[in-house]
Design a protein around this ligand. Sequence first.
Ligand code: 2HG
Ligand code: ZN
Length: 537
Amino acid sequence: MATILHRFNPQRMKAALQLVSQHAVSSRAAVETLTAERFFLGPLCWSHRPIHNGGERAERSLPSSAPPRLPFSRVTEADLTFFRQLLPGRAITDPDVLESSNVDWLKSVRGSSEVLLRPRTTEEVSKILRYCNERNLAVSPQGGNTGLVGGSVPVFDEIILSTTLMNQVLAFDGVSGILTCQAGCVLESLSQYLEERDFVMPLDLGAKGSCHIGGNVATNAGGLRLLRYGSLRGTVLGLEVVLADGQVLNCLATLRKDNTGYDLKQLFIGSEGTLGVITAVSILCPRKPNAVNVAFLGCASFQNLLETFQCCRGMLGEILSAFEFLDASCMALLEKHLKLTNPITECPFYIVIETAGSNAKHDEEKLHNFLEEVMSKSFVTDGTVATEDVKVKALWSLRERVTEALTHDGFTYKYDISLPVEKIYQLVTDMREHLGDRAKNVVGYGHVGDGNLHLNITSPTRDPALLAAIEPYVYEWTEGVRGSVSAEHGLGLKKRNYIYYSKPPEAVALMGSIKAMLDPRGILNPYKTLPDDLSLR
Ligand SMILES: O=C(O)CC[C@@H](O)C(=O)O
Ligand SMILES: [Zn+2]
């Protein structure tokens, strides 16, 4: 527990608890305040955050997913008239259309917004935000609504600002590979656009068919190619952002190098729409590889998997583009719920390795030598390799569709953890032991190459007792090895109060100051990312 002490600030936590209880009283008194049950699909959930004070430890409750509604204005008929004039036919109030924008992809959180705006241009976004800021109307920016932490839907009646119609490619330079596009372009459409021009997007994720590039950047999505091309913090070269007061910040540079002052775009990458609305992105795209190979391998232990990883980095080097894993429990769920077939013999662990290079013969030879090495050393017990597009896709779907398989297994508690790579599976093993038969399934999968574990725990229904057994255990465990409680999904609504497990109070306070400077009225994506002790002021 000593590791928690240096990060924990008892004063701040005490203030947070007082604040939360004040709000709880006033929100109960307000007749029209929305109750937790309206946005949280199930009974109110409380998590327990240990409080350390001079060596004494006390358990206190801090609401995890139930903030009170902040005193924003409510949308009036006059507001609707303004929006309808600005966006003819694109200011939507039909509850049936709004339904899918109010609920997240996991169907775990629900807002009750009555207005969905679909701008086409940056100028329209600017006019919307200037108006909302003046009127003190809260706004929930939304891309493809594929987020997993409740960050992409309103919590109460925030206006939904959708980037769906901002889907134009603005420019592509076939020499440098720099693409400039509007924020609402769907990732898969951009990939297709680039492939026709012999380039690829530097990121790829399971949600590619629906997610928007603006949302990807706003959440700093990682995905399956990060190992090769790095994070969006490196590949995004420029951004256009509309600030809370409607000001347009045009930092849409298309330069590889630019050291003129602070790199402001980094503030917006990963800020989950709380500091500004990203309206356009310029991004550096790699050449389309001539040869792609995918190997699906089985290992008898996680130690063998790590040995395979080390060997892989050494022998495949520059052509390695992904090293992903899933455990046997994930495979069982793929078979049971999605009727997918395991192409190799049953193993405790499975690896998906992708190579992407410029010389098919050279790549195949390297892969062949590598496979021979890991099989002869018994790091790998079985495997199959694909080079044809259809087979490559089929092998990838075994990794990409685990999230979907989990949705059929009951209620899922999801954790997206960054850990030192050698500890990546220990958390799954410890959690299984810790929960015993209280969970239906405890599964681990993720991005080995990035030290990113997706720990998912299923239960027949939402189960507060199970949740109390998982949290704060999972966060304390993570903090104990100096990991991060959000590797690539962000904090959103669900994880906002756990930020202190991964960031010192001084850093969180500075985040609060930046938020206050850029969005003084707090209208942008309220209740998300920052913890309640900062945002409920
Ligand atoms: O559902 C999850 O926990 C992970 C989703 C996604 O980040 C993935 O890598 O498949
Ligand atoms: Zn992931």
